[in-house]
Design a protein around this ligand. Structure first.
Ligand SMILES: [Zn+2]
Length: 128
């Protein structure tokens, strides 16, 4: 691994840096720029404390929900156009496996939005 200081890694936009020194537990894998923690120690901590990691993720998600959703939307759009066939395959698979779930959802939607949907239909026919 190439030795790079935390500051240089940060300036280069990297997520990790490597000092050449093992951490106090003897791991020699580099550290995260964001918090300075050893990559292996961080991984072991996450494995040992799934509840805490989930709590932290949930809190992060709530704090940055809009940003995350916007980023996902951009990513999904790009990915969808690049892999249309794959997505169609997913859709066909999902639909055939969840027929009852989908029809229940449709029924529920209609029950909840009967008036607005009927008004839309009426407006559509009235224009012709
Ligand atoms: Zn470590």
């Amino acid at each position: 691994m190439k030795i790079i200081s935390r500051m240089d890694a940060k300036l280069d936009g990297l997520k990790r840096y490597y000092t050449g020194q093992p951490c106090k537990h003897g791991h020699d894998l580099g550290r995260y720029v964001s918090n300075g923690s050893c990559v292996k120690c961080h991984y072991l901590y996450q494995q040992a404390n799934p509840g805490r990691v989930k709590k932290w993720r949930d809190r992060c998600y709530l704090k940055n929900k809009e940003k995350i959703l916007a980023r996902n939307r951009v990513y999904y759009k790009k990915d969808y156009h690049a892999n249309k066939e794959r997505y169609k395959g997913y859709m066909v698979k999902y639909c055939s496996e969840n027929k009852e779930k989908i029809s229940a959802r449709k029924k529920r939607y209609w029950a909840e939005n009967k008036d607005t949907e009927n008004a839309k239909r009426r407006a559509r026919y009235a224009n012709k």
